[in-house]
Design a protein around this ligand. Structure first.
Ligand SMILES: [Zn+2]
Length: 498
């Protein structure tokens, strides 16, 4: 055909696909409908659609048809703590596709002193091999007038509308309050959202030293040095600063009740503050650090650490009650030989766990399967809310006419046992080893192309595209800054004159 367009991976772009007989679930509703895809876009969602001549048909009878997952918190091939995380943009996005996720947002992290634009270019180059779509948050790890200028350029010209700040990892990428305030203010002015890793890094640093001085050097020292209060303090501080500056804030990997309470308070005060938790924290508790097998304990070293069971109960409540909008993974995988860098000192164990492939199944099983979440709430937490918060909705995060055909055909009855032997990550360990879950991705389509079908992965290197995320418009911003602290006017100030 003369009008056939071929993309750079050799795929024909004008293919038509009909997904027939399924139940379409979005964050808004659940309806019996067929979905017609032309090329990379959804062009019709309705009952009893006819397949055009030559169209491929996917039978979704008995299955749910949902927006592909969006994980807005992952780290592929990240240089960190003296090594590099093992899943790269290809193996990592292949894991994503196998689990029903069709878009990731990674973090471009400059070394202190490094240009943001240079860092962005490095991440763009690394990500070219991705098989699903991707985008980047930019981390702010230092401050100067050049950083401020580059934030503006990234936001206006490169589709980066979110800036991440590490309040932990002292003497590495941690920023102090002065930098937080400068960066939050610039982000507000360009119409971007701020993000924080909320742990008080000075406290962690001090407690690590004390714990090591007491002779505790194994993985059990890791959670002792980062108790819930350390996270709660930082979450509260970030919320209060964001409220005074008047910028929307997204708190990543909320793991405990004190941090959730800080988010809930800010929401009640009218701030635009969003909470993310990790699927790992919902289902795994801190008993893992008392495992006598060093390897198993070390593989659970991540920050914030796994928590006592009462915090898991609180997180589920926060997710059901709306304090937590997004369930991500912080997918950042290190093999056993890398974890062994901290064999005699837990402070040197590279922080991170995997979960990108397992996220949707684990949340479905423990969330929908238990009755805590409806299928629509599941879609909101795994896809739609992230799309809205990071401003790519309705291109992503829903199934509607004009949306990208990022779709997962979900089999609610498929049961499997999670294991490092069968996962697609390059890691040699799975923190979900042996967990039996019901509910899995049967077919995953990325912009109309099947990447995963009936247990078979067909990743296309380079199929993934960079997703521009525009700045928030004036309407969003006026809401974002409605809680802004305002300086008293001259007249008001006179009242304070003695
Ligand atoms: Zn992270």
């Amino acid at each position: 055909m003369s009008d056939t367009k071929i993309d750079r991976t050799g795929k024909r772009l004008n293919e038509t696909t009909l997904i027939r007989g399924g139940t379409v679930v979005t964050a808004d509703n659940t309806v019996r409908a067929d979905v017609l895809i032309a090329g990379e876009k959804v062009i019709a969602v309705a009952e009893s659609l006819q397949a055009p001549v030559g169209a491929r048909t996917i039978d979704a009878g008995g299955a749910y048809v949902m927006p592909g997952g969006i994980d807005p918190h992952v780290h592929m091939e990240l240089p960190f703590m003296g090594t590099v995380s093992v899943d790269d943009f290809l193996s990592g996005t292949a894991c994503a596709a196998a689990g029903g996720t069709t878009m990731i947002i990674d973090f471009a992290i400059p070394a202190p002193g490094q240009s943001l634009l240079e860092t962005y270019a490095i991440w763009r180059e690394r990500a070219r091999k991705a098989t699903t779509d991707y985008s980047f948050h930019m981390a702010i790890t230092w401050w100067s007038p050049e950083v401020a200028e580059e934030m503006t350029i990234l936001a206006r010209e490169h589709g980066v509308n979110s800036f991440k700040h590490f309040m932990a990892y002292k003497n590495a990428i941690m920023v102090d309050d002065a930098t937080l305030i400068e960066s939050f203010t610039r982000a507000r002015d360009v119409g971007a959202i701020c993000m924080v890793h909320a742990e008080n890094g000075d406290l962690v640093f001090r407690m690590q030293q004390e714990i090591v001085a007491r002779g505790i050097v194994g993985p059990e020292g890791h959670p002792l040095s980062r108790p819930p209060e350390v996270e709660g303090e930082a979450a509260n501080r970030a919320c209060q600063i964001a409220g005074i500056v008047g910028v929307p804030l997204y708190i990543v990997h909320t793991s405990c009740r004190p941090a959730m309470e800080a988010i809930a308070r800010a929401k009640l005060a009218g701030q635009r503050v969003f909470g993310e938790s990790l699927v790992q924290h919902l289902v795994i508790d801190d008993s893992v650090y008392r495992d006598t097998d060093w390897r198993r304990a070390a593989h659970h070293v991540m920050s914030p650490p796994f928590r006592a069971p009462e915090h898991q109960t609180a997180l589920w409540g926060g997710l059901q009650g709306g304090t937590i909008e997004v369930i991500g993974t912080d997918h950042c995988t290190f093999r056993t030989d890398q974890k062994a860098m901290g064999a005699t000192d837990f402070r040197k164990i590279p922080n991170g766990t995997g979960g990108l492939e397992e996220r949707m199944s684990v949340l479905w099983h423990h969330g929908v399967g238990s009755g805590r979440l409806t299928p629509s709430e599941f879609v909101a937490a795994t896809s739609t809310n992230a799309a809205r918060i990071f401003n790519v909705h309705p291109k992503k995060g829903t199934i509607a006419v004009g949306s990208d055909a990022d779709i997962v055909v979900w089999d609610p009855d498929a049961t499997r046992t999670l294991s490092a032997r069968s996962h697609h990550s390059r890691n040699d360990f799975s923190i979900f080893e042996g967990m039996r879950v019901t509910g899995a991705a049967a077919i995953t389509l990325s912009r109309g192309t099947v990447l995963w079908e009936n247990g078979r992965l067909t990743p296309l290197e380079g199929h993934g595209c960079y997703v521009h995320r525009p700045c928030f418009g004036d309407t969003t911003r006026s809401q974002a800054i409605r809680n802004t602290f305002t300086m008293p006017t001259a007249v008001e100030r006179q009242e304070f004159v003695p």
